[in-house]
Write a protein that binds this ligand. Sequence first.
Ligand SMILES: O=C[C@H](O)COP(=O)(O)O
Length: 257
Amino acid sequence: MRIPLIAGNWKMNKTASEAATFVRELAQKAIPSPAVETVIAPPFTALDSVHRTLGLGSSIGLAGQNLHWEDHGAYTGEISAPMLKDLGCQYVILGHSERRAIFGERDAVIQKKLAAAFRHGLKPILCVGESLGEREAGRTAEIITGQLKGSLAGFTATHLATLTVAYEPVWAIGTGKAASPEQAVPVHQTIRQLLQQEWSSTIAQGTRILYGGSVTPQNVASFLASDEIDGALVGGACLQVESFASIIALAQKRTGH
Ligand SMILES: O=C[C@H](O)COP(=O)(O)O
């Protein structure tokens, strides 16, 4: 049984004080439920204020948006897994398409970042996704498989026990043009089959696979209607309390809580 996860990726938005106001309101509007897990990923500079505002034992989890693969050292501008843990993070988003496209992250680097996350008990949300050109060329399964094999190389089933995968077609991110569930579900099935082939059916059945890309309160239910889609990685629509709280409520409704 996979507990759905609704994760909000704030990207480079909100100062520490804006973040504190936001989570205070979110904590009032989003009713906690054990049936759906909620996680937010503020920028690094807002993690401390969000963590303090939510307080210990909050039902809203915290994620970093990235990390460096080393624990410490001369890596100007970087943030390590122990630093994220110290600020209350349980999760970290890795391999986001913006990291891949804008900052040149390749699968081999993402693999090292995953290793750091596993080493420090941070649960990774690994993003994969094809560009529009790749989809139109019929290469979606090949691209997703390559990204997964490259970034997950060398990890055991024990490592993967805490993994979440987010399928985010690049062409759907921030465009307002979400994939249809009919487009997303076969990709989720491809991901699950690969996890089964390369690791085990326990891993395949236990791993949450989220959909991300222009998820809104209007379309989230259509994604969550499929057993293959275990939640959403939300960008733009997580930046307003009302829309993020409604996405969480709709996910809870799907599970009957
Ligand atoms: O990490 C989140 C995704 O990039 C989705 O962003 P979006 O909901 O603004 O399309």
